[in-house]
Design a protein around this ligand. Sequence first.
Ligand SMILES: *Cc1c(COP(=O)(O)O)cnc(C)c1O
Length: 386
Amino acid sequence: MDRLNWLEERRRSGNLRQLFPVKRMPDGTLQVEGDGGKAVFHDFSSNDYLALSLHKDLITASRKYLELYGTGAGAARLMSGDLTLYHDLERQVAELKRQEAALLFGSGYLANCGVIPALAGRQDVIFCDRLNHASIYDGCRLSRARLVRFHHNDLNHLEDLLRSKRGQGEALIVVESIYSMDGDRCPLKDLVLLKEKYGCLLMVDEAHATGLFGAHGGGVIEEDGVSSQVDIAMGTFGKALGSYGAYVAASRSMVDFLVNRARAFIYSTALPPAVIGASAAAIRIVQEHPELRQDLFAKVALFKSILKQGGLESLGPSQIIPVLVGESVATVKLAEQLRQRNIFATAVRPPTVPEGTARLRFSVTLHQSDIVLKETATALLEILGR
Ligand SMILES: *Cc1c(COP(=O)(O)O)cnc(C)c1O
């Protein structure tokens, strides 16, 4: 491959990915130093939905764990790195997700790449929602199982495929509960009926739901009351929980199995203690402070109500609000126009999303004041001429 031509082609089509260094300020805004001095942006692209990454309890807990236990785990869990603090956090996760047990992974990406190949192999089949995250697809590829993709959130299509392609081996259905780029929600109650009817395992990625949905922040599986029918509930500490790392929550025997089979768990150093301190504090906060979720969804409603006045309806019930543009070049231009008004919303383009569906993805977080939300929605409508 000619790399320079490849990059040039990406640039021409408006799909070049580029880094954009920023400083995160204590109030969650982004500061950028350029030729014209400093500029400040309101961040509509972070997944720090509850603003926990700057919460004093997380910082205090993180510092405490750092000072007590050092900077690194020193080894993988199955060597000498199995510090008791991981087990404490796993108990907290299991309780939050209403499962028997839990297992930590280095990141959500690693969890999906580790768990899926542990559950399905050459003889098996994986039913995968078309819009699933790249890490899920990578896990499916690593598994070498037959990959069957169903239309996004379309359970009729899934059932057709289950009838014709279920086979005799293990069958795994993988979905997200809140979709990362569309912000819509999986019909989990109906999905669990299907998974039982066809004898499949069900894995639910709750990356954008944990901490935000459910009476105790246990995610959509808690809100829909289906925790006991979900075989593997996966999620990350890097989004609403304001920290880093990831988990799967499942039965005790499933966790025992993964300890023996998930290569991304076995062959990787355990997370740094300071990260665990922050994650443990975050779980306590989301369990004890439902008002954070209520505040967030009041802000979401405010933002959406203004967009709706301009005819921009969102698909989902969530804090993720995509504004579909279509062409990549036009999407990048819109992002630049917003940046001139101190609003930072990343243009999400192919191959992250399907061809022709480039969009701005706004996420509402507790870092944003109501005034900023109003101004942003109004500015967006103005630029779009609505
Ligand atoms: C972000 C994300 C991941 C990856 O999690 P990290 O902890 O950031 O590696 C996995 N699945 C979904 C749906 C995500 O949005």
